[in-house]
Write a protein of this length. Structure first.
Length: 85
């Protein structure tokens, strides 16, 4: 779990000026989302698969009116800014 306070993204994401959020890595928290690669000899955990994240925003008035597609894009940008990627 990563807790992100308001202001993540600076001037590039003005909607986060007062909005904070938490990022949950569901692959680590729930077995049903874990990625496992099975080979002939054994099963190993593989972190190269798709990420399964839950992001909860708080004080999110600035993003309340976005469409689902806009929220998806906004969320990916917020997570990238928080993680520095």
């Amino acid at each position: 779990v990563i807790v992100c306070g308001a202001g993540i993204g600076g001037a590039t994401i003005p909607e986060l000026r007062e909005t904070g959020f938490c990022i949950y890595d569901l692959q680590r928290m729930h077995d049903e989302f874990a990625t496992t690669v099975t080979s002939l000899s054994n099963s190993i955990s593989d972190n190269t698969g798709p990420a399964v994240l839950e992001v909860d925003f708080f004080r999110a008035d600035d993003i309340a009116d976005l469409t689902d597609d806009q929220i998806s894009e906004f969320t990916l940008n917020a997570v990238a800014a928080a993680l520095g990627v």
